[in-house]
Design a protein around this ligand. Structure first.
Ligand SMILES: Nc1nc2c(c(=O)[nH]1)N[C@H]1C(S)=C(S)[C@@H](COP(=O)(O)O)O[C@H]1N2
Ligand SMILES: [Mo]
Length: 543
């Protein structure tokens, strides 16, 4: 392959990338201008999230943590770039296969957009956005490849530049590029219309830039709503945080997690944009009086403030998908009582604005643990990532069955009659949080000096409360740790133990017991289907 062929191929690859980028940006721009439309990359990402096998998903969460979504979107973008680049490179001689590949990609993205669970727009808006992707992506590639001389009869050596010579109007200099050799070993060349190529590329860049700008400007109504919102003081404030709820030990998790540090787990690729204007919470199903509440209706109710530790089923032993916040909200049982739950119901199916669903036992939402329909977190309106404007918080149950964010619908029903998002993907229907404990200090593989060392961490047993924590070294006798003051049975409890550390490599283990008399099992269980078990341990070197 000669250099000129290579550079023609490179221009072809650029054509594929430019057309695809312009198409995607234009579609994202249009989606941002219409409300509720899911743009192509998000739609494809959502499909990927919903279809990724569970073990792969867990591996991704564990490996990439909070960056898992960035990695997913990056993966989608890289794949599209490679395919469209290759299509363009291959399309410099014949456009057909390149356009077919681009059409296939557009068709897949369109299918994902038209069936997206997070879309709240009508099919016309969703289809119109897909059409923009198709026109810019496929049309753009066709245009660029034509300027590169694809499908024009290649000229044999000695041939004359017919259209060049015979069409004086055309001033565009065409560049002859070697595209191969004929059987006799003579060069075959193709005409590249440089001016037309630059015009096409420029036009597509402009379309892409406009789309990108619109995508940046559009949406964001929830941010404005949140900025303008002032939460009322709670009718029932949480009691003051007791003095000794934690220890002053560097590296020990703080009792209350600041919003910015609070773990986040959800299936939302882009944070749902749910403005207060037009917000409705429907409560219906097996009830006597279906309710439809505005955000103001919620504000006007008896607001209760409570500190509750949230826990994710995906938290491995020793992991950090558990955090504690002060929540402000309306007691769920008061809303359900007003709706009048009928005989025979045993579950509430909650749905978010982005189509996520959870199934919660009716009992957990009506008993004394007092689950909340929350609107505030640590003295602020809920952050967008944590469910603005309304979410559920249910003490004692893992988040996937009890903590629906961007909450819009509560259906009183029976477990026999539905299957929630994670339950239909192999997770348990019922998922009480398992008793667990974690060593925060010292860190794994830390090097320590010999002598008195502090071992510390947190333990949780919502909704029963922690009764004891024990630590042991190198499989020796269990030693009682000192517990911090209990904030409540539904919050975690810090503990500490003074360790006379002797030189060598040591393994520290922790286990907790709750108020029901249960002690944490040493039996290791993975996070699926209903939460991990086992003892957390860290290995350290003392010298
Ligand atoms: N809408 C919606 N709500 C959701 C989820 C979700 O994917 N979508 N994930 C749940 C899970 S698995 C957990 S553990 C909690 C986490 O809440 P956080 O992100 O505020 O910590 O939210 C729950 N609520
Ligand atoms: Mo979770």
């Amino acid at each position: 392959m000669s250099t000129s062929t290579a550079s023609l191929r490179a221009l072809g690859a650029v054509s594929g990338l430019v057309a695809a980028t312009a198409g995607v940006l234009a579609a994202h721009g249009v989606a941002a201008l219409l409300t509720g439309v899911t743009p192509p990359v998000t739609a494809v990402g959502n499909r990927a999230i919903d279809w990724t096998p569970q073990p792969v998903k867990e591996w991704a969460i564990e490996t990439f943590g909070a960056a898992d979504k960035t990695v997913l979107v990056g993966g989608v973008l890289v794949t599209v770039a490679l395919l469209t680049g290759a299509a363009g490179a291959g399309g410099v001689r014949r456009r057909g296969p390149a356009l077919a590949l681009m059409t296939g990609l557009v068709a897949l993205a369109s299918a994902a957009m038209l069936t997206d669970r997070t879309s709240t727009a009508g099919p016309a808006a969703q289809a119109g956005t897909a059409a923009v992707l198709a026109v810019v992506g496929i049309g753009g590639l066709w245009w660029l490849l034509r300027a590169l001389g694809a499908d024009a009869p290649a000229r044999q050596p000695g041939g004359r530049a017919r259209d060049h010579a015979l069409t004086p109007r055309r001033r565009t200099p065409r560049t002859r590029v070697l595209v191969g050799e004929d059987l006799a070993g003579r060069e075959i060349t193709s005409d590249v219309d440089r001016r037309r190529f630059l015009q096409a590329a420029g036009a597509l860049a402009a379309v892409g830039a406009a789309g990108g700008a619109a995508a940046r400007m559009g949406g964001g109504a929830a941010v404005a709503s949140r900025d303008a919102l002032r939460l009322p003081a709670p009718a029932v404030p949480a009691r003051a945080v007791p003095g000794g709820v934690s220890f002053d030990i560097p590296g020990l998790t703080p009792h209350l997690t600041p919003n910015a540090d609070f773990y986040r787990v959800d299936t939302a690729l882009t944070v749902p944009d749910v403005p207060l204007d037009g917000y409705r919470l429907r409560i219906h199903g097996l009830v006597d009086n279906p309710l439809e509440l505005t955000f103001q209706d919620l504000l006007d109710r008896r607001l209760v403030e409570r500190r509750i530790t949230l826990t994710c089923v995906s938290n491995p032993v020793g992991g950090d998908l558990v955090d504690n916040a002060s929540w402000l909200g309306v007691p769920m049982r008061e809303l359900l009582a007003e709706a009048g739950v009928r005989e025979g119901a045993d579950a509430v199916r909650s749905t978010s604005a982005d189509g996520f669903t959870a199934g919660t036992p009716l009992e957990a939402l009506t008993d004394d643990r007092e689950a909340l329909v929350a609107i505030g977190m640590n003295g602020e309106p809920l952050p967008l990532e944590h469910g603005f404007p309304v979410r559920m918080v249910t003490p004692g149950l893992y988040g996937y069955v009890s903590a629906t964010k961007w909450l819009v619908d509560l259906e009183v029903t029976r477990f026999a009659d539905f299957s929630a998002y994670w339950t239909s993907r192999g997770y348990a229907e019922q998922a009480p949080i398992k008793l667990s404990s974690r060593i925060d200090v010292p860190g794994s593989f830390e090097q320590l000096g010999a002598g008195q060392q502090t071992v510390a961490g947190v333990a949780w047993a919502q909704p029963h409360g922690i009764d004891a924590v024990e630590v042991r070294v190198d499989g020796g006798d269990w030693q009682q740790a000192e517990l911090a003051e209990e904030d409540s049975e539904v919050t975690w409890r810090p503990w500490r133990w003074d360790w006379p550390a002797e030189p060598g490599t040591h393994r520290l283990e922790v286990r907790a017991s709750d108020r029901t008399g249960e002690t944490q099992t040493s039996q290791r269980a993975p996070v699926a289907p209903d939460g991990s078990t086992g003892w957390h341990s860290v290995t350290v070197t003392v010298s």
